[in-house]
Ligand binder design. Structure first.
Ligand SMILES: *[C@@H]1O[C@H](CO)[C@@H](O)[C@H](O)[C@H]1NC(C)=O
Ligand SMILES: *[C@@H]1O[C@H](CO)[C@@H](O)[C@H](O)[C@H]1NC(C)=O
Ligand SMILES: *[C@@H]1O[C@H](CO)[C@@H](O)[C@H](O)[C@H]1NC(C)=O
Length: 358
């Protein structure tokens, strides 16, 4: 069937023409990776079929195939958290397709891009650390972190903890691989972007690592808590997201020097630490749809008429104005407690005014 072959060839060549940046391991979040038990025999092709992997990541995929589903899970968690943190902003972290995931906006080395790299790297640390603890991976198990010095003497240290050491190391290897493979001229803009990505990946990983904390469980006669067992536990991912959002707000503007190092644009500010986010390009305003920058624009976005923040109609709609419409909302109401033991509610409908950007 020559027609089909031609079609296939056309698809392949158009795919090959995508710029290198256009596809990313983030796509593992969009194309769920099959569980390892489903492809034990002849496993190799799976890695070559996964979209978005760089050559180095493909090699890691072959070595650590059972990790791939968790990398996908981590990416998904990162994307979801990004969408939560930016839900009320002009750029709302929406995904646009399956291979590039966020589209061309990631080609701009902006604050938003910085956050996205950090939160997705954090997602991978989180997912891999947890998978180790749950015994899902053959190369790692419970955390082997030493007993904290300040843990009371009679508490036991030994529950199975999240393995953040392993999660951190693996995520570093995998997520950074694609940056380390690039070989740009020292001091070039492209090299600046590589350094930016590496710094933000690291900040994301460290947030998860640093926020993991001791958790304990009581034992003893009828819950007397005379005995406690403790272990290392990941922080809730929402807290990691909140922390990285703060880092986004205080991110440092950098530029590449001729010697190939990032330096502050404004030298009066503090030097960023490895836990800080950095960016090299100013953000577009994300107001209008622009296919060159990949901005989707804010037309049609819901806004809050009375808010003066980023979610307010004035800022969200970039001064273009907004349309009002009525929408019916259903809520639970007049809830009564019945003996014993359930709560019964009625359904109330309310007509509310909503506003969308022109
Ligand atoms: C899209 O953005 C680019 C870069 O900021 C700008 O030069 C161009 O004029 C914009 N195009 C439209 C249609 O707004
Ligand atoms: C995010 O923004 C895009 C583009 O403006 C819009 O299509 C999408 O519905 C928004 N998502 C949410 C959850 O508001
Ligand atoms: C709109 O903004 C106001 C002021 O910030 C706030 O009190 C209100 O809860 C917001 N409404 C919605 C629907 O988010």
């Amino acid at each position: 069937m020559p027609g089909l072959l031609l079609l296939a060839a056309a698809l392949l060549s158009s795919w090959a023409q995508l710029p290198a940046e256009a596809s990313s391991w983030w796509s593992l979040a969009m194309n769920p990776v099959q569980r390892p038990e489903m492809f034990i025999i002849g496993a190799q092709p799976v890695c070559s079929q996964l979209p978005g992997l760089s050559p180095g990541q493909r090699k890691l995929c072959q070595l650590y195939q059972e990790h791939m589903a968790y990398i996908g899970e981590g990416a998904k968690m990162g994307i979801k958290e990004c969408q939560h943190q930016f839900r009320q902003r002009r750029w709302n972290c929406s995904t646009v397709d399956d291979t590039s995931v966020f589209g061309r906006v990631m080609q701009i080395g902006s604050r938003e891009t910085a956050f996205t790299y950090a939160v997705s790297a954090a997602g991978v640390v989180n997912a891999i650390s947890r998978a180790c603890r749950e015994g899902e991976l053959s190369t790692c198990g419970c955390s082997r972190t030493a007993r904290p010095k300040d843990l009371p003497r009679d508490w036991l240290w030994g529950g199975c903890g999240d393995n953040v050491e392993y999660g951190y190391r693996f995520a570093k290897e995998f997520v950074d691989a694609r940056e380390r493979e690039k070989n740009f001229a020292k001091g070039s803009e492209e090299q600046g972007r590589v350094l930016m990505n590496l710094q933000n990946n690291e900040a994301g990983r460290r947030a998860v690592y640093k926020m993991a904390d001791v958790a304990c469980k009581c034992h003893g006669v009828s819950g007397s808590c005379s005995l406690k067992t403790c272990w290392l536990q990941l922080a809730e991912f929402r807290k990691v997201g909140d922390q990285l959002k703060e880092k986004y707000d205080s991110a440092a503007a950098m530029r590449i020097t001729r010697k190939g190092k990032l330096e502050l644009v404004n030298s009066r500010f503090n030097q960023p630490t490895p836990e800080d986010l950095v960016y090299v390009d100013p953000s577009p305003d994300y107001c209008l749809r622009n296919d060159t920058t990949g901005s989707l624009g804010t037309q049609g976005r819901l806004c809050n008429k009375t808010s003066e923040g980023m979610d307010g109609c004035e800022l969200m709609c970039c001064g273009r104005g907004y349309d009002q419409f009525k929408s019916v909302q259903v809520e639970r109401c007049h809830c009564k407690f019945h003996w014993c033991c359930f709560v019964k509610c009625r359904k109330c409908t309310e007509v509310v005014d909503q506003h969308v950007c022109k």
